[in-house]
Design a protein around this ligand. Sequence first.
Ligand SMILES: [Zn+2]
Length: 351
Amino acid sequence: MRKTFVVLFIMHLSAYCLYGQADFYFQQRKVRPGSKEHFTIYFTNGQDSTFLPITVFRGATDGPVLGITAGVHGYEYPPIIAGQRLIQAIKPQKLKGTIILVQVANAAGFSGRIPYLNPLDNKNLNRSFPGNKQGSITEKIAAFITNEVIGRADFFLDMHGGDAPEDLMSYAAYYDHQQKPAISEQGKKMAIALGFEHIVVFNTTSKKYMKASHPSLYCSAEAFKKGIPSIDIECGKLGAANELLIQKIVKSVLRLLNHLEMQKGEKPPNKNALIIKKRFYQSSEFAGIFYTDKPAGTYVHKGMEIGYITDFFGKRLKTVYAQQAGIILVILGTPPVNKGETIVVIGKVNE
Ligand SMILES: [Zn+2]
């Protein structure tokens, strides 16, 4: 008995000496240094139930905690499939620190092939933060991510892509606020490290959701509001699981790990990114059918025709002109259009 104890003690001691850091506990379960564990967290609300698949990577040595979410929108597939690849690409034995990776934050939206919303309560998870433990399914998921992922993170990344109707040009984004220069700058460096050609600045200085009295709404805004450098990836479009874009996301996350000195290997990007400080949204005054020959990534000048809307009998209701010069970040890529919906988002490319 005593011998077993001594052997176990020596084994424990040698593991500690080897890795130099303690076990990590997530949901009362141990994740040993140099290993990863998968978790399935269940949520119920009346008749409804869903789950949250999460992978926790505990590095062999001490370092920061990085929180990553994919599938906050369940129809945005490239980040979700990139998360699946990261299970193998992140090496806990070589990792410094800890990564909490939410594989699919909106699993009901994913399985049900539903864009934007969780079909169980018809709520948009990315408008539900910080969430509510006693609320609907989506609010419960938001509260869990707020407390158990963001609440434990030193850095945060939320991964999105163009949803089912959205033709989107890939970009990284970071949160910026005049009163938070240090974490804004850290976020900027993280976003640049991802290696995307375009970087969008989320200027939050005058945003309501940054006020203490107002909910943060967005997943990564919740992290930023808590004082955590926070970035987004937007990569993928029209609900397609495009292989090149999946690889682009995996590579960018590995670059981020290299930048944060958590896992070496992926080299930093060698090109300069174009920083987009302002975005302009144009919405539709009509419901009908939208036609365009301008894909995301097209440069437009002010007044350029970018498409038109017809009624259901082919009559042209409106020609849509670019109200600003810049690059098309997102444009409706499928025919249906509804009154009040965003048709196009144009990023201003120079001051
Ligand atoms: Zn999204």
